[in-house]
Design a protein around this ligand. Structure first.
Ligand code: GCO
Ligand code: CA
Length: 255
């Protein structure tokens, strides 16, 4: 075993929802490990700014603006990557939204929007990536789950259902794709300091709940997901499949 197993030189990683938050941190980390990264987002301006920032740091970056919930857009985006000779060796299904309210107050439209963005997208993008990885006999799929892949709390039911689905979709991907040399795994972030959680970090009660409920007694930083993302993107994890690794300060393991 040598540390070169963690080297991603020559590999291309597509990270969905990577113009900010966890996705941007993961994309930066994979680039620092040597990968060429393909950033994705819906907002072309924000995506260009994120790509320019990574290029300014000396990394090899492509930007692919497409809606991960729109099957035709996903298919077209992969066809554009094919035409540009860009092979996705590593896929990080990170795109996600959060809506918080009592379940009885959710509309069907809001339910579908959360499930489409947080779960169906991993199927749509994963399917296109796997259709190209299978003939190559290798590939890495990393689905971003959550502490909520295994635990629930009030007001985030659609998100929790989607992240639970991500855990088992990851296992289903491993069940079908492992024989083709593909490893599909998940990362379950705990409470991280991201834009999506702004409403929580600025709420003193919630902030003290997270700190009392987390053995590490603090929120996580997005860059603290990078090591696990590099591990799951690299040869170091070639015999790891269908797993979810919680990066949560111990929250999911300790009462
Ligand atoms: C919430 C948060 C959580 C975190 C994270 C925990 O409202 O409880 O949004 O869902 O974002 O997903 O793993
Ligand atoms: Ca390649």
């Amino acid at each position: 075993m040598s540390v070169t197993q963690f080297n991603l030189e020559g590999r291309t990683a597509l990270v969905t929802g990577s113009s900010r938050g966890l996705g941007q941190a993961i994309a930066r980390g994979l680039a620092e490990a040597g990968a060429t990264v393909v950033l994705n987002g819906m907002d072309a301006e924000r995506l260009t700014a994120a790509a320019d920032a990574l290029r300014a740091e000396g990394h090899s970056v492509h930007a692919a603006a497409f809606d991960v919930t729109d099957e035709a857009a996903v298919i077209a985006a992969f066809r554009r990557l094919d035409a540009a000779g860009i092979e996705v060796d590593i896929l990080v299904n990170n795109a996600g939204i959060q809506l918080r309210k009592p379940l009885v107050d959710f509309s069907a439209e809001e339910w579908h929007r959360v499930l489409d963005t947080n779960l169906t997208s991993a199927f749509l993008v994963g399917r296109e990536a796997a259709r190209r990885m299978i003939p190559r006999g290798r590939g890495k799929v990393i689905n971003i789950g959550s502490l909520m892949s295994n635990f629930a709390r009030p007001t985030v039911a659609p998100y929790t259902a989607a992240k639970g689905g991500i855990k088992l979709l990851t296992q289903a991907m491993a069940a079908e794709w492992a024989e083709h040399g593909i490893q599909a795994n998940a990362i379950g972030p705990g409470y991280m300091l991201t834009d999506m959680n702004q409403a929580l970090t600025s709420n003193p009660q919630f902030d003290s709940w997270v700190k009392s409920r987390t053995p590490s007694r603090r929120w996580g930083r997005p860059d603290e997901l990078v090591g696990t993302a590099i591990f799951l993107s690299s040869a170091a994890s070639d015999y790891v499949n269908g797993q979810i690794i919680y990066v949560d300060g111990g929250m999911s393991s300790v009462l």
